[in-house]
Design a protein around this ligand. Structure first.
Ligand code: R5P
Length: 259
């Protein structure tokens, strides 16, 4: 691994081997997602507690100051919106030159293993990996789950391992029962998405379960920015990711910090 690749990964995954990725890329297929209507106002107080920010190039240009000192994970796949019944057919939407111009620390691409268009997404991701590796830019595979597919350890283990075999440097997936086996059979760091908004206590429990099962961290969005108190929630998630807090301790912290 060359210096540039190592440097970028070390900006994302901290010396304790963990990372709190804050995901606000939802608009690329969901439009003005609840909580992100004024994306800049939502994220501004949260940035001091995030290790990285995951978003689209449009959001980066329009809502984030170029002076912000935070590694960026740039979404480079899209193609279908939430109102399209063919959701989950994504291709390359941003060139590697644009990723370099924007000085990002990694690029993220969704693959749809088991879905109708898996071949397109796998080959598109492979092309992104080839181009990104040429410039020492790590790739984050987002293992999206197609309709009718079970989010169990067998499926997520398959999708995660395929992503790593393709060349992903980090893989994002979902937490499930038996998550240890998903992590154990993946040779690169695994992070979990938060998923739909659930009560804070439940989201903290899932984050903790994932960390205890070997995840390198979270790539969490809605359960932070849609929380009743996003600033308190991001700090509670951070306590789990970096301080090994229990779910109860983290929830207590959330309640203490809550305004
Ligand atoms: C989905 O593909 C997007 O990349 C989201 O950023 C990701 O799912 C993480 O956000 P959330 O925690 O809201 O699921």
């Amino acid at each position: 691994m060359d210096w540039g690749m190592k440097n970028r990964i070390s900006r994302i995954i901290k010396p304790d081997g963990r990372t709190l990725m804050f995901a606000v890329d939802h608009g690329y297929f969901m439009g003005p997602t609840t909580g992100l209507e004024k994306l800049d106002e939502t994220i501004e107080p949260l940035l001091p507690y995030a290790d990285t920010l995951m978003l689209t190039r449009g959001a980066l240009r329009n809502y984030v100051s170029p002076a912000a000192d935070l590694p960026i994970i740039l979404r480079v796949s899209s193609g279908t919106s939430i109102i399209n019944p063919m959701l989950l057919h994504e291709g390359i939407s941003v060139s590697i030159e644009e990723a370099i111009r924007l000085n990002v620390s990694a690029v993220a691409f969704s693959i749809m293993v088991g879905a109708e268009y898996e071949r397109d997404t796998i080959l598109g991701f492979s092309q992104v990996i080839d181009e990104a590796e040429r410039y020492g830019i790590p790739t984050l595979a987002v293992t999206a789950v197609g309709r009718g597919l079970e989010r169990d350890a067998r499926y997520l283990g398959l999708a995660t391992r395929i992503a790593a075999e393709l060349g992903a440097r980090i893989v994002k997936t979902y937490y499930c029962e038996g998550f240890e086996s998903v992590v154990e059979s993946c040779p690169v760091p695994v992070v979990i998405a938060g998923g739909k908004k659930v009560p804070e206590k439940d989201a903290l429990q899932v984050a903790c379960n994932a960390i205890q099962s070997g995840a390198a961290g979270v790539d969490m969005g809605r359960n932070i920015f849609q929380s009743e108190d996003p600033v308190a929630m991001v700090q509670a998630v951070r306590a789990i990711v970096h301080d090994n807090s229990s779910p109860a301790e983290a929830f207590e912290l959330f309640n203490e910090l809550k305004r």
